[in-house]
Structure formats: structure tokens, C-alpha cells
Design a protein. Structure first.
Length: 315
């Protein structure tokens, strides 16, 4: 992903204690639903519903956005990671943190700063959930943009969760997969991607540890050397992966999009391999597919490949 956009979306946390306001108990005529969710907000006047992710963005400023993301983990566990020590390890400075109620859910209201590529970003965040899942609402802007920051803070505080509204998180994605191919099961939508595995546990406890994660870049950017980009993408993962030379880096085409597939070994985990596919959109940006599994699990490789081959963009 573009470094700038990737930076803003990775700022997952921290707090914001000085607001002294409660979230609304009902939605107004100005509230707009975030597609694929049961979340309603009043976005800043310069923001529009995004076609690149679930939330709102300023079409003239790629450094500012409000994005909603589901996290497939219980709130009691996920919320533990939103502390000063954990944030500091990720290069983030926790400013404030406050417990709140989001509808019937427990939640946190957070503010943080993070420096990246010579820029300093501020984030206003709400995270809430139950023992089934958690949701993160992330408002990002350049710290020096004081007026914009004020508007994003005000917008975040209009968050209203309507538990009576049924939502399908897949609706916000601009692509689909045939989830009935093989024996992988849909677990959750996270940002612009899906998570699939065999047992619906996070992390999976299946024998072959087969897991498929999909994603879509948040912005349309020109990538000059696509093959090199696919190789260098391995350095973006938390673990240390390297290409398996004997399996090659091969051209692939799905839904009329061209790209590359490769196999990689996890140098941090002895028995794990990865199958990575990146498809490049003719209008810029790309789609990413990451399949991981226990080394030598041919059934896992087959199932992962089968699902990826059903990728289809929505009209």
C-alpha cells in the first residue's frame, strides 16, 4: 500500500480523555450510515462516503479519513492492547484514554500521535465490542491541521450504533469470493479484506493452520515495477518471510487483472509457508491475497488457491 495511506491506517489506537461528552442516544437526520455496518455518523462537511474503505474521506486530502474496521477478537482481550506501553512499541504516543459506552457496548475513547515519513499524524479513536468481536473507528489527520482535527473530533463524537440495523460487512467490499469452494469458512471482514479459515477461531487451531486473508489498497497508486513490488511486499508482514526460489514467481491473471503469485517460507516459524497473490488494478492500486499453512499441506494450498481463483470485482 502507499506508505502514506498505510501509515494512517496502521495507527490503530489510543486515547482522548478531554472530550467530556457522551455519545448520542439516537441518530439525527444528518447521520449517515457507514456502508456494511450498523454505524451512523455525521461526517465533516468536506468528507464523503469512501469507495476505498468503510467510512468517510476527504477527496482532496489522502492524509485524512474516518475508517471503521471490525477486529475478530473479544473486546476484553483486544482492549488490553490499547495502553501506553504497547503503543510506544509501535511508535505511537498515547495522549488520552477514557472509558465510554457505545450503545450497549463497553468502549474506549482514545487520542494518539505518531510520526512517520517526516509527518506527524493525530488520531481520534473509538473502540468497542463484546465477547464476539470488536470494532474500531479511526479518525486520522495531520497533527498541524488544527481546524480539521477539531472537525474530526466532533464527528467521532456523533457515533451512533444501531443494534437493530442488520448489516452485512461484505457489502462494503468492491469484490466477492465464492466461500463455498474448498473447506475454508468466512470469519470476518477487516478493513478492505476478508479472513477465512477452517474452524472460525483466531488464531486458527486447525491441523494444517490454513488461513486466507484478503485486502485491497486504500488508494489508487502507480506501481512501476510490479514484480519487484510483490517481492518487497513480503517485508511488510510481522514475521520474516523469504521467497522459495524453487517454486518461482509466476504471472497470474484473475478477473482480467494481471499480477504475480509466489510461495514464501516463514523464517520465524519452522513449519509455516505462505502463498501470496497480488493483482494490479488497471486504474491503480492492487488486491492482495495471503494464504498461510503448515509446510507440506497440499490440501491447504489447494483450498486457498481455489478460493482466490473465484475473486470477482463487483459491477
Amino acid at each position: 500500500m502507499i506508505k502514506r495511506i498505510r501509515i494512517t491506517t496502521l495507527l490503530l489506537s489510543i486515547s482522548l480523555a478531554g472530550f467530556g461528552q457522551e455519545l448520542p442516544k439516537e441518530k439525527s437526520e444528518n447521520h449517515i450510515q457507514i456502508k456494511g455496518t450498523n454505524i451512523f455518523m455525521v461526517p465533516p462537511t468536506s468528507f464523503e462516503s469512501s469507495n476505498n474503505f468503510k467510512g468517510f474521506q476527504n477527496p482532496n486530502d489522502q492524509t485524512s479519513m474516518i475508517m471503521a474496521m471490525e477486529i475478530p477478537g473479544p473486546y476484553s482481550e483486544v482492549s488490553k492492547g490499547f495502553n501506553s506501553e504497547m503503543m510506544q512499541k509501535q511508535g505511537m504516543e498515547l495522549k488520552t484514554k477514557k472509558e465510554i459506552k457505545v450503545a450497549e457496548f463497553d468502549g474506549l475513547l482514545l487520542e494518539l500521535d505518531q510520526s512517520a515519513n517526516g509527518m506527524v499524524f493525530s488520531k481520534q479513536i473509538i473502540i468497542y465490542g463484546n465477547e464476539k468481536s470488536s470494532t474500531l473507528i479511526n479518525g486520522v489527520y495531520l497533527k498541524d491541521s488544527l481546524q480539521l482535527g477539531k472537525k474530526i473530533k466532533e464527528s467521532i463524537l456523533t457515533t451512533f450504533v444501531d443494534s437493530k440495523t442488520e448489516s452485512n460487512p461484505r457489502d462494503a467490499l468492491n469484490y466477492s469470493l465464492n466461500e463455498n469452494v474448498g473447506s475454508l469458512k468466512f470469519k470476518a471482514v477487516m478493513g478492505n479484506g476478508m479472513l477465512l479459515n477452517r474452524d472460525l477461531k483466531t488464531p486458527t487451531e486447525s491441523e494444517d493452520k490454513a488461513t486466507l486473508l484478503t485486502d485491497k489498497s486504500f488508494a489508487n497508486v502507480e506501481i512501476k515495477n510490479e514484480k519487484l513490488f510483490c517481492i518487497s511486499r513480503l517485508k511488510k508482514y510481522p514475521d520474516d518471510y523469504s521467497v522459495i526460489p524453487s517454486k518461482g514467481i509466476n504471472e497470474i491473471e484473475i478477473d482480467n487483472l494481471k499480477g504475480f503469485e509466489l510461495f514464501a517460507k516463514n523464517n520465524d516459524k519452522e513449519n509455516e509457508e505462505m502463498y501470496q497473490v497480488i493483482l494490479f488494478d488497471e486504474n491503480g492500486g492492487y488486491y492482495l491475497f495471503i494464504g498461510t499453512y503448515v509446510t507440506g499441506s497440499e490440501k491447504a494450498i489447494s483450498d486457498i488457491k481455489s478460493v482466490i481463483q473465484t475473486f470477482k470485482r463487483k459491477k
